[in-house]
Design a protein around this ligand. Structure first.
Ligand code: PLP
Length: 401
């Protein structure tokens, strides 16, 4: 058996240094638990940024993955396969959206939605050629392509990667008036996260999404929700927009769509919008591949049949209440919805990273998001007992000097 340090050395020697992971080398996962190469057991409170809503290596999803991998993995979209239509139907039945475009990563699905919005703007709304505007929010995180980081407000995400595509306008998050003032006749879409995960679990004011939806409707602007992190049960509803009964024109999903076993993302909408794509307009070799979509269909079935959305609502509320009660000189605020919880620390705490390191030493895996926020987002299969067990080490760490 190789030592932890040997694995780390290999990664650091040959890998690009675009991440700064906690130094735990995981070799096995099961449910809410992961095990490192030395046999230590940890509670996963990140869930691969919410991709593991169904837990690690869910047996049902693993079985489907193995069976499908032995039968057919990839056709490309040059040919049809017997899994794609079934996946569309399952996702349409679950979400009520009548047209779906499958991709792989979340980033690709966001790019797809941006392209759809622009083409819709030109061919349906009647925006003059190359004049389409898309409105996004400060603090957004939608992925890492050049177009997407081009409208990021995070200096590190942008710096050194320009020039960027034009046609994006950035407004403050949670500010309806700013949206009203930003809309012009050339606005084709408003792209928004119903809760900003990467910005530090920022929950907008109550009524914001509803008011933004109404403004978009009034001005014939597409309301596009990025539910890649918040969707599929994470916040205690199917989608975070459901908390305000808001129905986006376009919903973007990824991450937990495949239960963390395979990259599968999708743009959900209607023929009036996604119908703008003609054969050859857009595509992806792996998008909609039979292996990925078979896995995704099972991951969706698990989400529903194991009542994970309800569990996220109940236990999310419980976890948040318990966290609020933790006495700590460092905690400024506990916030979030369902099992997407952010604990913001005062600047005097010296940054969230050292708290995450200390939690790791006590066998709880979390990651700091932005400088001062610890995110708690365990798999949605977590139990009350497991949360109770975690509270002791969390309390200890939140009282470090
Ligand atoms: N959008 C949101 C809201 C996300 O949280 C993420 C990933 O964290 C993405 C898009 C990008 O997804 P991916 O990393 O799968 O490309």
């Amino acid at each position: 058996m190789m030592e932890t340090q040997t694995y780390i050395h290999l990664e650091e020697t040959y890998g690009a240094h675009n991440y700064r992971p906690l130094d735990v080398v995981i070799e096995r996962g099961e449910g809410v638990w992961v095990y490192d190469v030395e046999g230590n057991k940890y509670l996963d409170c990140l869930s691969a940024y919410s991709a593991l809503n169904q837990g690690h290596c869910h047996p049902r999803i693993v079985n489907v993955l193995i069976r499908q991998a032995q039968k057919l993995s990839l056709t490309s979209r040059a040919f049809r396969n017997d899994q794609l239509g079934l996946f569309y139907k399952a996702l349409a039945d679950l979400t009520g959206y009548s047209m779906i475009l499958p991709m792989n990563s979340g980033t690709e699905a966001v790019e797809t939605a941006l392209k759809a919005a622009r083409k819709w703007g030109y061919t349906v709304k009647g925006v003059p050629a190359d004049q389409a505007e898309i409105i996004v929010c400060e603090g957004n995180f939608h992925g890492r392509t050049i177009a997407i980081v081009g409208f990021s407000t995070e200096e590190q995400y942008r710096n050194g990667f320009g020039p960027y595509p034009a046609g994006f306008k950035v407004i403050p998050y949670g500010d309806v008036r700013a949206l009203r003032e930003a809309i012009t006749p050339n606005t084709v879409a408003f792209l928004v996260e119903p809760i900003q995960g990467e910005a530090g679990v920022i929950v907008p004011p109550v009524g914001y999404l509803k008011a933004a939806r109404d403004l978009c409707t009034a001005h014939n602007v597409l309301f596009m929700a990025d539910e890649i992190q918040t969707g599929l049960g994470r916040t205690g509803k199917k989608f975070a927009c459901d908390h305000e009964d808001v129905r986006p024109d376009v919903t973007i999903v990824g991450k937990a769509l495949s239960g963390g076993l395979y990259p599968v993302s999708a743009v959900l909408s209607t023929p009036a919008i996604l119908g703008v794509f003609r054969p050859g307009d857009h595509g992806s070799t792996f998008g909609g591949n039979p292996l990925g979509v078979a896995v995704a269909r099972e991951a969706l079935a698990v989400l529903i049949e194991e009542n994970l959305i309800e569990n996220a609502a109940t236990l999310g509320e419980y976890f948040q209440e318990r966290l609020v009660e933790v006495p700590s000189p460092h905690v400024k605020e506990v916030r979030g919805k369902g099992l997407l919880i952010g604990v913001e620390l005062y600047p005097s705490a010296g940054g969230a990273r050292r708290f995450c390191e200390a939690l790791k030493d006590r066998h709880i895996l979390c990651k700091e998001t932005h400088q001062h926020v610890i995110r708690f987002a365990p798999p949605l299969i977590i139990t009350r007992t497991e949360i109770d067990q975690a509270l002791e080490p969390i309390t200890e760490v939140l009282n470090m000097r």
